[in-house]
Design a binder for this molecule. Structure first.
Ligand SMILES: Nc1ncnc2c1ncn2[C@@H]1O[C@H](COP(=O)(O)OP(=O)(O)O)[C@@H](O)[C@H]1O
Ligand SMILES: [Mg+2]
Length: 226
């Protein structure tokens, strides 16, 4: 199924699951016989540092570029040969994230069930709204979607946050990334669930997320009619 070509993971909150999701989506697309690439635009380089070209995720091209001046060129170059290009960003708002978001077909905003994560997710969504008023994206708005991470599914708090965001008019995906110990276990090695076992619960969460995105957002980033 066609996916948005450039997917930028962004929220000004550290620890929301951006890097885990970046790796996990890239692993998912690799096992789905696509040619994903990652731009690590976080100055901490948590993905680039742990990437092993000889490991099971070695076929994924990873480029570290935390610079606001060059990140757009890095994304464009990778997009010539790769699909999708997934961009991981810093755990705070910076100019590099803005430059990357301007290139996005989809900005994916992860949030844990916590007040700080919600505040930052909303701030990022509003920032994308502002970018959509700039000449670069006027008439060609960036699509932004929120996704809940590290959830205990079907808990009251998760349902409550979902409802609050929906009531506020924020687009929150149905797919949820549950809290699972496999993420921190694998992230130490720079790996992600789908590469280890495509049938695991975590891999299925990621596959569900990818499917929902491809149903809702076209390759050009346009939201499909419901
Ligand atoms: N769904 C999840 N379940 C359990 N732990 C997770 C999950 N997603 C991420 N983590 C862990 O939480 C920590 C923060 O996640 P990370 O992806 O690094 O966040 P960010 O990149 O937004 O700062 C990491 O140790 C990561 O392995
Ligand atoms: Mg990170």
């Amino acid at each position: 199924m066609p996916m948005p070509k450039v997917i930028v993971l962004a929220t000004g909150k550290g620890g929301a699951g951006k890097s885990a999701l970046t790796r996990s989506l890239a692993a998912h697309f690799l096992t789905a016989k696509q040619k994903p690439a990652i731009v690590d635009a976080d100055p901490q380089m948590s993905i680039a540092r742990l990437h092993d070209p000889d490991g099971p995720m070695g076929q994924i091209t990873v480029m570290a570029d935390p610079e606001a001046e060059t990140v757009q060129t890095s994304i464009t170059e990778l997009a010539e040969k790769h699909q999708p290009v997934i961009v991981d960003t810093a755990g705070f708002r910076n100019q590099t994230t803005i430059m990357a978001a301007i290139m996005a077909d989809l900005v994916l905003i992860p949030l844990k069930p916590s007040a700080e994560d919600i505040t930052e997710a909303v701030a990022m969504y509003d920032l994308i709204g502002e970018l959509n008023q700039t000449p670069e994206r006027k008439g060609r708005p960036i699509t932004a979607l929120m996704v809940m991470t590290m959830t205990t599914p079907n808990t009251v708090i998760v349902r409550h946050i979902r409802k609050e965001l929906e009531n506020g008019g924020y687009p929150i995906l149905d797919a949820e990334i549950a809290q699972r110990v496999i993420y921190p276990e694998l992230s130490i090695k720079g790996l992600a669930p789908s590469i280890i076992d495509g049938d695991s619960a975590a891999s299925r969460d990621i596959a569900r997320l990818a499917t929902e995105i491809s149903k809702k957002v076209g390759a050009n980033g346009r939201v499909k009619a419901a």
